[in-house]
Ligand binder design. Sequence first.
Ligand code: KIV
Ligand code: ZN
Length: 527
Amino acid sequence: MTRRIRIFDTTLRDGEQAPRCSMNLGEKVEVARQLEKLGVDVMEAGFPAASPGDLAAVKAVAEAVRSSTVAALCRASRGDIDAGLEALKNAAHPRIHTFIATSPIHMEYKLKMTPDEVLERSIDSVAYARKYCGEVEYSAEDAFRSDPDFVCKVFGEVIKAGATILNIPDTVGYALPVEFGPFVSYIKSHTPGIEKAIISVHCHNDLGLAVANTIAAVQAGADQIECTINGLGERAGNASLEELVMILMTRREYLGIECGIVTPQIYATSRLVSKVTGVRVQPNKAVVGENAFAHEAGIHQHGVLANRATYEIMTPESVGFPSNRMVLGKHSGKHAFDERLKDLGFEPANLAVDELFARFKVLADKKKTVSDRDIEALVVGSTKTVPDTWMLDRWVINSGSTLSSTCTIKLKNKGGEFREEVAVGDGPIDAAFTAIDRIIGKDLDLDSFELGAVTGGEDAQGEATVKVSLNGLQWNGRGLSTDIVEASILAYIAAINSMEWELSAAHGGAARAETTRVAATKESSGV
Ligand code: KIV
Ligand code: ZN
């Protein structure tokens, strides 16, 4: 007999809270739609009381998502809960998630509240939220460093006040698996009325134990696990969804636990989150890293060719990992392209396939072989969440070891006007970015710049990711081209377009959510 546990994804809240991981409203909706396709039971969309922008984003996600439950995080205060209720008012399945710390250190130094005050505030918040929302989750922040009997007492009271889900976080990632499992068991057996509630866990990864602790909790009887795509989250992050799900699937016979995740959607979700946050996945990351299914050593390759199970405990296909083989060429037709998209887990009906096909043809002309990876990069990079304020028209660079780099660049703005500038720089990229700054009339800080190749080979597509900032606000951009300088320029323009959109006073929150679309040509493309 297998037990089904619920997957609660908090990429859009805890994940987005991590430094340099912020997403704009359109990006949040795009990720939310993909999370729904992935089959998460619950997605936490944000913290509506944090800012009007957060509230608008949670509202947009709540309106876009129909099958998964959408949760809004609220401190244990009526004001926060009002913001949460407002954000969730159009959700098909809303959940208010309210929290307050219960550990001595948090209560004394952060909250400056006594345990009795924390108890009273917990009861009041849950009772208030439950009046207006059928599902209320209560979290005892820093539960693992709290007195377990105090946690049981608070949980017992909030169950009476209407909490339906009780979350036990290891907020600072301090627990060991041998401690966390018994901690969950203790709470389960000493909380009055707990049989009426769902028990959840939320583990952070400060000591690299978030996934192990979560599995220990599941074995101890947790019904819901909180996690994020690519393990994003505060500090060292949260338990990684893809690792947890593949542990449950690969070790199903031992654990006897299943979940509702559509595993072939895992890789596409990981890539999308990496694209919108601009945070690359480390190559050796379990399940979704570039090397997760690569076999380099001759002896391994020999084994895998004879029987894949010699070195593979799960198949790349089971997580939607694209293969590196040549699949299509410049003579391939639209039908073959559509079929390949379906094989890779994309739904052609949801994409602007004609435009993608046109870009595939351009790529096939430039590259000898077009692999699954190339196609996947085209698709993941093609959806846009902001309109193009600026588009690349053309560029010329003069560079060499004995001369300063000079770039001439011409952009077209959304009004159809062309602007051209020349700049000298410390290398071709610096010259290009300086020329663009002159065109847009802003002096942006380049916070990070990364360049990689989508596949191996001399004709591989270059993939550039940049983070730029202005007055303390930061935006990401990604660019894709067989020319690495062009990929870098496109990434820089994509980040500028996000900035222009965010800073433009003319748009409304709802309008921004509607701008996801596919870019057709280099002229209008950030990829
Ligand atoms: O880490 C934590 O304790 C949290 C809570 C708000 C659930 O993120
Ligand atoms: Zn957390």
